[in-house]
Design a protein. Structure first.
Ligand code: 4AD
Ligand code: MG
Length: 469
């Protein structure tokens, strides 16, 4: 049988049963005849209190070996504690362990163990990312992340979407932004030494290949067969941007629907976010309460209000008009045709909409080649979902399903249509209106936890100059 988790033990009725608790020591406190050891195993936010009673006449209540271990027991040690589950007189917990035996499984010498009882800065914890999951903050982030990952599958599976695994290595630049990591088995050092240019015909795949920036193009091919699909996997961007919202490796969720337009896409995105916020409030209450108290005050109210509100809609053109009225407050002056900066996005959601807002119909020049052209021939059926504090959480569009127009756009952008002939086949054979979006999973976790830096919501962040662990 598996060792019972502290989460399970904490929910048992206090019927004086004997059991063993295993986990890592958070704190040890002494009070007259009592020694309290808080043990946490990460299964829940809450630790279990184990109370050792020395007895009234000296140490009569505990064996010499238990006393010896207790006297040197330090934060971070792993232990097995035997005792009786009893009602707890302390507030904030129903049960505790009246402990009578203790085994130290692994020590954690206080002189060298980096995680002490005091509060550590997030910057410091990033340097010891292999230990940070043992803190309240990172334990909570990890549990929320796991619950929401499962929630993503629940949401789509319950709505008839099939999970598709799209390739991680690819030869095409789905977003056309050129920010890709090359994958090669060519010997770059000997090439450099010989002064020869690489011949990619001799490379592993026979052509230049990369880590994917998005599974969208392949997801579209499956939507053109299974109607509703979604992906959930890693994406890679070699953008040289050192911000609190960008990672070089992040996880993205990309639903794609056949026989759907931009309106359907906007509704799906709104339902999706509301579903996930409701879920996390329901299923991770202790973790979210911790974020509310220590990371971002008011986050619970904010999440609830998003669930209850209707998302605002605004076109890019109207959004720029709003921004131009306040041009003085921005570092980057807004104008029609500009890419919205994160300061613009935050202004739109926080000051103009006062909540989530979906911006639609962006200029074609600042969006990817596959988006459906509007009648004005200047804008495309794009949508970005912006939320307070964060800005863009979702980006998507209705796709160009007309072969001639898509080919024209690719030509304008200097793309090689031959490379994308498989993608164009979707427009040649049984084409249909379709739409989808991408949500950065880490942006979602940032939003629901209030964590300011995206590097603190993924176990091992990869960013410019950072591939440690
Ligand atoms: O807006 P993006 O670039 O859109 C796409 O990749 C489309 N193929 C999506 C689609 O229509 N299927 O990225 C989508 C989302 C962004 O809104 C953002 O949440 C996240 O992915 N994202 C990043 N997250 C972390 N680090 C980065 N460098 C990110 N780049 C995008
Ligand atoms: Mg985007």
């Amino acid at each position: 049988m598996l060792t019972p988790l502290i989460k399970e033990i904490l929910s048992l009725p206090a019927e004086s049963q004997d059991l063993t608790v295993k986990g890592w020591v958070r704190t040890k406190r002494e009070l007259k005849n009592l020694i309290f050891v808080e043990v946490n195993d990460g299964s829940s936010f809450d630790s279990i209190q184990c109370t050792f009673d020395r007895g009234s006449d000296g140490n009569a209540g505990l064996s010499p070996s238990v006393q010896a271990i207790l006297s040197t027991l330090s934060t971070g040690s792993s232990v097995a504690i035997q005792g009786r589950l009893v009602p707890s007189p302390a507030s904030g917990q129903n049960v505790e362990i009246a402990a009578y035996d203790l085994e130290r499984i692994g020590e954690a010498p206080a002189e060298t163990y980096p995680l002490q009882k005091k509060r550590h800065s997030l910057e410091f914890l990033r340097e010891i990312a292999h230990l940070r999951a043992r803190t309240n903050t990172f334990g909570a982030v990890a549990r929320v992340r796991s619950r929401l990952a499962f929630g993503v599958h629940e949401f789509f599976q319950n709505r008839g979407f099939r999970y598709v695994h799209t390739p991680i290595i690819t030869a095409n630049d789905a977003e056309g932004a050129g920010a890709m990591f090359q994958v090669t088995t060519l010997n770059l050092e000997s090439l450099a030494a010989s002064g020869k240019a690489p011949d990619y015909h001799n490379d592993f795949f026979g052509k230049q290949s990369y880590l994917t920036v998005s599974g969208q193009l392949e997801a579209e091919t499956y939507a053109a067969a299974l109607s509703r699909v979604y992906t959930f996997g890693p994406a890679f961007r070699a953008e040289n941007s050192n911000t609190t919202r960008h990672l070089a490796e992040f996880w993205m969720i990309e639903p794609e629907m056949a026989f759907a337009d931009l309106k359907d896409n906007m509704l799906l995105a709104e339902d999706f976010l509301k579903f996930l916020f409701t879920l996390v409030l329901q299923d991770c209450p202790e973790d979210i309460a911790f974020f509310d108290a220590h990371i971002e005050k008011g986050i619970i109210t904010a999440l609830r209000s998003v669930v209850d509100c209707r998302f605002a809609h605004i076109t890019y053109t109207d959004a720029v008009k709003e921004l131009e009225k306040q041009a003085a407050v921005f570092e980057f002056k807004p104008f029609w045709g500009c890419d919205l900066q994160s300061e613009h996005e935050k202004f739109l959601t926080e000051k103009v909409a006062g909540g989530p807002v979906i911006v639609t119909d962006y200029p074609k020049a600042i969006k990817a080649f596959y988006m459906k052209l509007n009648e004005d021939e200047k804008t495309v059926r794009a949508m970005d979902v912006l939320v307070p504090r964060l800005g863009e959480i979702i980006g998507g569009s209705q796709r160009e399903e007309n072969l001639a127009r898509l080919e024209k756009r690719m030509l304008e952008l200097g793309m090689n249509a031959e490379d994308y002939s498989w993608y164009l086949d979707l427009r040649r054979y049984g084409t249909a209106p379709h739409a989808g979006f991408g949500m950065g999973f880490e942006r979602l976790i940032q939003y629901v936890t209030g964590m300011a830096n995206i590097r603190d919501v993924i176990p091992y962040p990869r960013a410019v100059g950072q591939a440690e662990f």
